[in-house]
Each structure stands twice: as structure tokens, then as C-alpha cells.
Design a protein around this ligand. Structure first.
Ligand code: 5BU
Length: 264
């Protein structure tokens, strides 16, 4: 199916090139699944990526959870993701002032050199986005920022006025591809979609096909409900990597999200 048919207004209104790349890959793989690869070893990550690659559209990483990090080793993860046509999304949740965030995009992990997307808080104000974008610019790469407009964990402090002000920042920056929304609550996703309009993506963690509640305050909703409510990608970790059959689980999430997109 052509992306404009599957995605409708979102395809036409989202201006960032990486949002189009995501929507195209989603159509090729019939999947709106982003794998939250929360595995602390490079071998484990590469194995998981190779198992689920055909059903997953982007890889979400936490590079700072990898034990005995080395850049050479890490490139095996990057290469594995690329070989499956997955975008790489480092869930770094930047939060500092612009200048420091720019520097933190380099450093030990050199996120700017391999990540296509990163997450950012908005608590420090709009310049954080320019700092992150300047880092990609310095290595002649294009990247995009997903700002945390909501969170999935219980008791989080991102209230409605915080969400509104985050959207103000996002709307006025070409580097903001979209927002992180609370995948456990279709109502919150619908409200975020209404505020964000068609021109930005919403990606949602806090999604699981079976679990009611995760550990340590994580909350879950159903992937189909999240997509119907206006999410464009479900971020799934334990639902896939803790499954006895990760490939089968990834396919189940892919099928549920693709069907939901078409019915939306
Ligand atoms: P889970 O195993 O599907 O619960 O993993 C969810 C992932 O999404 C995990 O990597 C978190 O860092 C990430 N996440 C989240 O769960 N909730 C949020 O609000 C944000 C990120 Br932002």
C-alpha cells in the first residue's frame, strides 16, 4: 500500500523527512512497532534485532545501559539495525541547557553519529532542540527530536499545562518530528493528538498485548487502542524481548498496529 493511502493527512502534513521515512518503512513492513531493545549486551541486542527485524520499523536504544561499552562493538548494533532497514532512535531524554545537550550528543557514545532520532525533555526550554540539532549539523547528518509531552509511568509530573507548553516548543521547531505520548491511556493520546494536529508524529510507550501493569510503576494499554486514538508508533520492550518467541510476538504487535492504522 502507498504511504499516502495508509497514512492520509499525516503523510501530507508531516514535514520532517524522517517522519516520511518512518511512514514508508511502516508500509513496507506492515508494522508500526518500535522495538525498545532494553538489553545490556551487544550480543543480546544483535541477536534480538536479527530475530525481530522483519516486523519492526525502528530500533529504540538506551546506549548507556550497555555493559563494557566500546564504539566498535556498538557499531554491530547499528549495522544490524541498518541491515533490517530500521531507523535508530536513542531514548536519551536530554534535559540540560542547549549548549550542554549539544556536547552530550558527542562524547563517549557519540550519539549524533549514529542516532536518527532522540528524545528530549522540554523542562529546560526551547533551546535544547537547537543544541541537539546543532550536534547533528556538525557531523553533516539529519536527525529529529521526539519531545516528551506525556509519560507512561504512574505519578509522573507532566501535567496538561506542561504538555501544552511542550507542544508550543515542538510546533515552532522544524527539528521536532513529534512527541512521546502515554500509550497506556487512549484518552490522553486522543487529547495529545488534538493538540498536536496532523503535522507531528506521536509515538507511545506503555503498550502491551497482555500485561495489565508493568514493574516499578509502568502502565500498559493495548496497541490497537493506542493507534486508533492517534498514536503513529507503539514502543514495545518487554512484550517482545521477554517473550519466549520474540519474532512471533513482534509479528503479533505488527499485525495489531497495521490493522488499527488501516481502520483509522
Ligand atoms: P516496556 O518494556 O515495553 O515497558 O518498555 C518501555 C520502553 O519505553 C522503555 O525503554 C522505557 O525507557 C521507554 N519509555 C517508557 O516506558 N515510558 C515513557 O514515558 C518514556 C519512555 Br518517555
Amino acid at each position: 500500500m502507498q504511504p499516502d493511502e495508509a497514512w492520509g493527512g499525516r503523510w501530507r502534513a508531516c514535514a520532517h523527512p524522517l517522519s516520511h521515512r518512518f511512514m514508508e518503512t511502516a508500509c513496507e513492513k506492515k508494522s508500526l512497532v518500535v522495538l525498545a531493545a532494553d538489553i545490556p549486551t551487544v550480543d543480546g541486542l544483535v541477536q534480538l534485532i536479527d530475530q525481530v527485524g522483519p516486523h519492526v520499523t525502528a530500533l529504540k536504544t538506551h546506549v548507556d545501559m550497555v555493559e563494557s561499552f566500546s564504539m566498535d562493538d556498538w557499531m554491530r548494533v547499528v549495522d544490524a539495525a541498518k541491515s533490517h532497514g530500521m531507523m535508530i532512535f536513542e531514548d536519551r531524554k536530554f534535559a540540560d541547557i542547549g549548549r550542554v545537550s549539544e556536547t552530550q550528543m558527542g562524547g563517549l557514545y557519540d550519539i549524533r553519529s549514529w542516532a536518527d532520532l532522540v528524545t528530549s525533555h522540554s523542562v529546560s526550554g526551547p533551546d535544547i532542540v537547537d543544541g541537539i540539532a546543532a550536534a547533528w549539523d556538525s557531523v553533516q547528518r539529519i536527525g529529529g527530536v521526539l519531545m516528551l509531552a506525556q509519560m507512561s509511568s504512574r505519578g509522573n509530573l507532566l501535567d496538561e499545562s506542561y504538555t501544552d507548553r511542550t507542544i508550543e516548543i515542538g510546533t515552532s521547531s522544524p527539528h521536532v518530528v513529534g512527541y512521546i505520548g502515554n500509550g497506556s491511556s487512549p484518552d490522553e493520546i486522543s487529547s495529545l493528538r488534538e493538540k498536536a494536529g496532523e503535522g507531528r508524529m506521536i509515538w507511545t510507550p506503555g503498550v502491551n498485548l497482555s500485561a495489565e501493569e508493568g514493574v516499578l510503576g509502568q502502565r500498559y494499554g493495548h496497541p490497537s487502542d493506542a493507534i486508533i486514538a492517534g498514536s503513529d508508533a507503539v514502543i514495545v520492550g518487554t512484550g517482545i524481548h521477554k517473550s519466549e518467541d520474540p519474532a512471533g510476538a513482534a509479528k503479533a504487535y505488527a499485525d495489531a498496529t497495521w490493522a488499527a492504522l488501516l481502520s483509522r
